[in-house]
Each structure stands twice: as C-alpha cells, then as structure tokens.
Design a protein around this ligand. Structure first.
Ligand code: ADP
Ligand code: MG
Length: 244
C-alpha cells in the first residue's frame, strides 16, 4: 500500500506498468508491416499514485513519457500489464469490458485533447449523450444539458454542431459532457493544449469548480497554468515517476 493511500481515495494506482507489444507479432497487420520488427514499449513503469476526492493531480513530462497511457489506465479505458489500478474501489483488471464501460459511464468523465465530439449532433445532444446511455428521460436530459452549456458560457450555442463552433467552444462542450454525470473522477489529457489563453483559463476554472464539488481530477499537461491548479504534480520520464 502506498503511503499516500487514504480511505478517501478515488484512484489507487499501485506499481503500475503498461507494456505495448512490439510488432513482428501474430496479427496480420503486424506481419504486413514493412518497417521490420519493433520492440515492445514499456510506456508506464512502476508508477504508484493515489488521488482523493476533490484533489487535483497534474501529470507533467515530455512527449512520449507515458502521460496519455497513464491517464487511459486511470480512466479504466485500459488495464495495466502489471500492478493494480482501482477506481472508486473497483480493481479495473477484475472487471469485464462491459463492467469497465459502465464504470466509466457512471463514475468517470474524460476530456481528450481533440474534443472527440460527434460531428452530426448538436452541442446539446453531445453533452446529453451519457444521460441517454443512463436511461434519463429526454426532457430531463435536455434541461440538464442546457444548464451545463449555460454554465460553460454556451447558452446561445446549444443547437450548433461542432463544425459551427470554435475550438475553444468545442472543448467547453467536451468538458460539459464530461461533467454531466457528476463523475467522481475527471481525467483530462492536455485539455488546454489547443486553446487560446482566455478559453484555457475558463476550462481551468470549470475544473477547479468541479474539484470544489469533490470531483477528483487528473490532468496531463505541458501548460504551466494548468499545472498550477493542481494540488500536487507528478513528473514522468520514460514512463517512471521522477518527482520522488
Ligand atoms: P505522452 O502522452 O506522454 O506523450 P504516451 O503515453 O502517448 O506518452 O506514450 C508513451 C510511449 O508509449 C511512447 O513511446 C509511445 O510511442 C508509446 N505508445 C503509446 N501508445 C502506444 C500504442 N498504442 N502502441 C505502442 N506504443 C505506444
Ligand atoms: Mg499524450
């Protein structure tokens, strides 16, 4: 058990390693490659970390240091090769794929660098999407999505599609979608990387507000300002923590 672990932990990550298999493997796509064999890559190596309710943890490190891989593990999008990740008390490796999907839907909000919005859906429908999967009735979904869009300053954009929105507006839609289920955990991968300063600041205040409502937040970033909202910052180099 890590010393940082407390009963309040939303995430407990113990000695986690994630190795991506190299090419030259049995899959057809690997055998068809013409770039020769690639060795297996250990993207994250022996990382331990815990995150409490309402705590904001920043992850810094150069490109390729394992930030996105670690975030995928913490968000239960992926499972470790070694070690354990528990999210809200559930060891992610013990869950079936379907159970992990359910865990993400109910407990985890995810914000990607490039928004990942559905291009054919309005801002409101994008934000409401998790509620569709949770079986919330339509009128309630709409009202809730509109309230959230209002809170991120997009009340006048609810019926716009992503293409009709600026990058910063799209990212605010993505944040609203991640928060609509009031998740215990919000995971954000370079969420301000592509935004102007004012929009970046706005996204960061939404995160701070969510943390004040007890959401645990893990945020990978190169952006000093983003790391400044964190209660603690961990540093990755070649997949391992170097912050002691
Ligand atoms: P960061 O987000 O810090 O840039 P990543 O977690 O994306 O780092 O990548 C860490 C290492 O793992 C890099 O060497 C990268 O090339 C490798 N990697 C990431 N994803 C995959 C994958 N799906 N398959 C093989 N190697 C990967
Ligand atoms: Mg990354």
């Amino acid at each position: 058990m890590s010393q940082e672990t407390t009963a309040e932990s939303v995430i407990r990550c113990e000695h986690v390693t994630r190795t991506y298999r190299g090419t030259g493997g049995a899959r057809l796509v690997d055998r068809l490659r013409d770039d020769g064999e690639r060795p297996a890559t250990t993207a994250v190596e022996d990382v331990s970390l815990s995150v409490s309710r309402g705590e904001v943890v920043g992850i810094e490190g150069p490109s390729g240091s394992g930030k996105s891989t670690l975030l995928h593990l913490l968000a239960a999008l992926d499972v470790p090769t070694h070690g354990t990740v528990s999210v809200c008390g559930a060891d992610t490796a013990d869950l079936s794929r379907r159970e992990r999907t359910r865990l993400r839907l109910e407990d985890v909000g995810i914000v990607f660098q490039r928004f990942h919005l559905f291009p054919s859906l309005s801002a409101r429908a994008n934000v409401a999407l998790p509620l569709v999967e949770l079986g919330v009735p339509k009128r309630e979904r709409r009202e809730h999505a509109e309230r959230l869009l209002d809170s991120v300053g997009l009340a006048s954009r609810t019926t716009h599609t992503p293409r009709q929105l600026s990058g910063g507006e799209q990212q605010r839609v993505a944040v609203a979608r991640a928060l609509i289920t009031e998740p215990s955990l919000l995971v954000a991968d370079e969420p301000t990387g592509e935004l102007d300063t004012a929009t970046g600041d706005r996204i960061l205040s939404l995160f701070t507000e969510a943390a004040a409502r007890d959401t645990a937040i893990v945020l990978a970033s190169h952006d000093r300002k983003a790391l400044d909202i964190a209660d603690k910052v961990i540093t990755l180099r070649d997949g391992g923590r170097t912050d002691g």
